[in-house]
Design a protein around this ligand. Structure first.
Ligand code: ADP
Ligand code: MG
Ligand code: MG
Length: 916
């Protein structure tokens, strides 16, 4: 006999063996069904059923797709319970119990996995059900649905049959039904009569026999086990696997199976089915929001077969405003549903996405889960729920992902431009922001074209889980059918992708690969632009611009919450006063890196720079530097002023000198003439500057050491700028940073030069201001000897671009040659230039911090590499005890969020440790 292990958990009518905390084991759907049915504070009307655990799924795959001995008995016992609760028997010819067999993994994978409804309906049980319900039409409608789903899910997909595109059994059966509807001139499935449905069922079975070579099973038990097996099989279906890859869901999680007594939304005009959200998932407004269909079952709403009606006033849109809302049509049931959704949100303390069905005026809850939402909605609900007292600030911070925040920073169509252009079509705004791309009409094309470096917009009648790979590759998605809860809308919302659905004024011709909208025809490869916030479709490629963040009150409120939670400061990398000002508006608390090299490239100064480089005598070089001084001073005045009151780190000249010299022959000649020297002389000098490996060559502090006059000039420009501002009562805090330091002696050499100038300038101008002299830690040796270096340097800023380069020995500019292979073959988990390699480079960082602070406890430490804007890396920086991260101006809001999340996470792990 078996091990006696429990694989099956029952739920129903105020009781459940499992609960909401058991997601890993019962799957999200199963755990929440148990919670809704059994939790003393909920006890909602949930049709009874049972959940077979995810553990069984793994057992099934490990044991050659077989079940353990005890499984049969456990399922039978659980089915008995359902039978006694419903007063019906599974397979009973007189009064049959029908069930649904539903998949449900730990994390929701919308539409990826399979579900079969109306299991248990057979030739033998049909007549009993007709007698019982006195509704022949309903019974045959249920039967044709069972046949369609079962043949597709169990007889085709689970068997691993891969029909050609559009030739799957479900499609074939659908076209039989469509043909009949066309013949009868029906516009809706609900118009099909009982006898028409009956004859459809017969035709369906014939077609199945012909195409799949098997009879449609006519035994309830056989149907049930076929369904259970098929759900487990669907875990390893093609689309589930590809979805897992994109979302990073481990293969070992497995899915649970939920078997649940059927309730019927397709029993006529007093029945309905719907999907709703406790708040608007498109903008976060605290209003119950949803769609429903009268006389419909299961997936009709999501599949977009008929246009669903709004459940209430606030769910109305352009497309459904004339349909009767649930609130008006079934007020009592609406009220009951409204109360339940309120309770669910209070109970789960988060926005919920719910499924319900009304059978003959009785309401049943079929699912609840945390609702997917787009960026704006995530931010608004987080801010509102703090205000409502439902969640803490720390929780609010964890409710928004950096990617969701990023959505708000996404481009829009240039507003002035958009006003002057007429949309060619309008649909429902399912994913905000704007996007532009070439129209393609199949998911495969989208993937292929994107792979070839093209920007595409995927245009579909409606999307299905089979399209997910193409949807992912596309800039945006446009569908002709479907509502705000359709597949395309759900998936796009999850990804924060621009998306328009239900755009029913476009007519897609799949054969010709084109669509028409009014008089406009858009062919494959033609550019279109979508405004997913409004639902507008435009012909052509419109210019996109960054949004105005300052006037977004919700965003400001949310970022304030983040600021109150985080301890890590956020600075920005900015070389120009304009950028500094933008970053300041975004909340930057200083500049972590102001590069000075671009300051030499301006047309007014490059000549002096080149003179300085070509100079052969100290005298000549000094003269050229004199010319540069006022320019540099101007620049520093601008940037120090823009960051008034905050620290500004200015890095001394970093790149090798020959980067400032022209490459082309004609330009060289020009330069020689300008400098008044013969071309040959210039070329000799350039030859001398040439380096085999400039990245490891004469650069950074090495320049300042061989040409101290350069360091002197830059230091003077910085400190004179500071002094002048102080005289004008501007608060300044310059921090001078020496790059590419590897030894204490290098640091000492440059420190002394800079310090002398600082004292000189302050004395001469008769002012005092705070300043620091520090270094970039980018050379591994600097990290290893950080204690020595910190005896001189007053601050450290990690230059993790160079440090990654030198630690791995990868040339940053050449990594493109092998990185794709490395990622594909899992040699590297991710691009180390994008996300800090915590295992290796991270050790150097942590070591350098510990050593540095061992000799200078108050050492100020931050990061200024590209990593300063990467959420994962920011969390790492917080954990190793940095004071700040510095990133590009547009990443500052994301860094504020990531820093806050890092604080919360650290606190959580500390609390957990304390408990142990
Ligand atoms: P998905 O995860 O794709 O939403 P579900 O298992 O939730 O799949 O089921 C698909 C549809 O069938 C949903 O609309 C759901 O509400 C409906 N459904 C599932 N089980 C039942 C049932 N026992 N009675 C009525 N409708 C059901
Ligand atoms: Mg569902
Ligand atoms: Mg560097």
């Amino acid at each position: 006999m078996g091990s006696g292990k429990k694989y099956v958990y029952s739920f129903g009518e105020g009781n459940a063996e499992g609960d909401g905390s058991m997601k890993n084991f019962l799957g999200g759907k199963g755990a929440n069904l148990a919670e809704m049915a059994g939790h003393p504070k909920l006890r909602l009307p949930v049709p009874p059923g049972f959940t077979i655990t995810t553990e069984m799924c793994m057992y099934y795959y490990r044991n050659n797709k077989k079940f353990p001995a005890e499984m049969k008995a456990q399922v039978a016992a659980a089915m008995k319970k359902v039978e006694s609760l419903t007063g019906k028997r599974f397979g009973d010819p007189a009064d049959p119990l029908l069930v649904s067999v539903r998949s449900g993994a730990r994390r929701s994978m919308p539409g990826m996995m399979e579900t079969v409804l109306n299991v248990g309906l057979t030739e033998k049980t049909i007549s009993g059900l007709i007698k019982k319900t006195r509704d022949e039409r309903f019974v045959f409608d249920a039967y044709r649905r069972l046949i369609m789903m079962y043949s597709d899910v169990v007889m085709e997909k689970a068997e691993g049959i891969e029909p050609a595109e559009g030739a799957g059994i479900r499609r074939q059966l659908e076209s039989i039904m469509d043909a009949l509807k066309k013949k009868r001139a029906y516009t809706s499935d609900t118009q099909l009569t009982a006898s028409e449905l009956k004859s459809l069922c017969a035709q369906f079975k014939e077609r199945i026999q012909k195409v799949l070579g098997k009879q449609f099973p006519d035994e309830a038990e056989e149907q049930l086990w076929g369904g259970i097996r098929a759900v487990f099989q669907s875990w390893n279906g093609k689309r589930a696997i590809s979805y897992r890859k994109i979302e990073g869901i481990p293969d070992e999680w497995g899915t649970a199976v939920n078997v649940q007594a059927m309730v019927f939304g397709n029993m006529g005009s007093t029945s309905a089915t719907g999907v709703a959200f406790t708040r608007n998932p498109g903008n976060g407004e605290n209003k119950f929001y949803g769609e429903y269909l009268v006389n419909a079952q299961g997936e009709d709403v999501v599949a977009g077969i008929r246009t669903p009606a709004p459940i209430n006033e606030s769910s109305k849109s352009e497309h459904n405003k004339n349909l009767t809302s649930l609130e008006k049509g079934m007020p009592k049931l609406y009220k009951q549903l409204f109360d339940i959704q309120k309770r669910l949100e209070q109970h789960y303390r988060d926005m919920q996405d719910i499924e319900f069905t009304i059978e003959n005026e009785k309401l049943y809850m079929l699912q609840t889960r945390v609702g997917k939402r787009n960026g704006p909605a995530a931010i608004r609900t987080a801010v509102d729920m703090v205000k409502e007292g439902l969640i803490t600030k720390e929780e609010a911070v964890m409710r928004v992902t950096p990617a969701q925040l990023d959505e708000l920073l996404h481009p829009m169509i240039e507003p002035a431009n958009e006003k002057t252009i007429k949309p060619i079509a309008k649909g429902l705004p399912a994913g905000p922001g704007a996007a532009t791309g070439m129209a393609v009409f199949t998911a495969n094309d989208a993937e292929q074209w994107a792979h070839n470096g093209k920007q595409v917009v995927l245009v579909r009648e409606e999307t299905s889980p089979e399209d997910v790979h193409g949807m992912h590759s596309a800039q945006a998605i446009l569908t002709a059918k479907g509502g705000m809860t359709s597949h395309a809308a759900l998936v796009a919302r999850g990804w924060g992708k621009c998306c328009i659905v239900g755009c029913n004024t476009i007519h897609i011709d799949e054969e010709k690969e084109q669509f028409s909208a009014g008089t406009t025809v858009v062919k494959e490869g033609d550019w279109i632009t979508l405004n997913g916030t409004k639902g507008n479709v435009y012909a052509g490629q419109l210019t996109l611009v960054q949004p105005d963040l300052k006037s977004n009150a919700e965003l400001s409120a949310f970022l304030k919450i983040c600021d109150s939670v985080r301890t890590l400061d956020i600075r920005t990398n900015a070389d120009r006063p304009e950028d500094a000002a933008i970053a300041r508006d975004f909340g930057a608390q200083g500049i972590g890196l102001c590069r000075t090299e671009h300051m030499f490239f301006g047309p007014d100064r490059i000549k002096s720079m080149r003179k300085m480089i070509i100079a052969e005598t100290l005298e000549d070089r000094k003269r050229a530097l004199e010319e540069l001084l006022p320019y540099q001073k101007e620049d520093f005045i601008g940037i120090l002023k823009a960051m008034e009151g905050f620290p500004v780190i200015i890095r001394l000249l970093d790149p090798p000198l020959h980067e400032f010299l022209p490459q082309e022959e004609s330009k060289k000649k020009e330069l020689a003439d300008e400098l008044g020297i013969p071309l040959e002389k210039l070329e000799v000098r350039m030859q001398k500057l040439h380096e085999l490996n400039p990245m490891l060559g004469h650069r950074g502090c090495r320049l300042g050491i061989t040409y101290p006059e350069i360091t002197r000039m830059q230091a003077r420009a910085i400190f004179e700028a500071a002094a002048e501002l102080v005289l004008k009562k501007v608060k300044v805090h310059p921090e001078v940073m020496v790059p590419v330091v590897g030894t204490q002696t290098e640091m000492r050499n440059q420190y002394d030069i800079i310090k002398t100038i600082a004292e000189e300038v302050q004395k001469a101008k008769g002012v005092k201001f705070p300043y620091l002299i520090g270094t970039m830690i980018e050379i591994p040796r600097a990290a290893l000897t950080a204690d020595k270096i910190a005896e001189v340097a007053e601050f450290f800023s990690y230059g993790t671009n160079d440090m990654t380069q030198m630690t791995f020995g990868y040339s940053r500019d050449d990594i493109g040659g092998f990185l794709p292979d490395y990622l594909e073959k899992k040699i590297l988990p991710s691009d180390p230039f994008q996300t800090i390699d915590q295992e290796g480079v991270g050790q150097l960082i942590a070591l350098g911090i510990a050593k540095g602070r061992s000799t200078r406890p108050d050492l100020e430490i931050g990061i200024c590499g590209e990593h300063g804007g990467d959420p994962e890396s920011i969390k790492f920086c917080h954990k190793v005890g940095m004071n700040y991260v510095s990133c590009s101006p547009f990443r500052v809001p994301i860094a504020r969020l990531a820093a806050a999340q890092a604080s919360v996470e650290i606190k959580k792990t500390k609390d957990a440790k304390r408990k142990k």
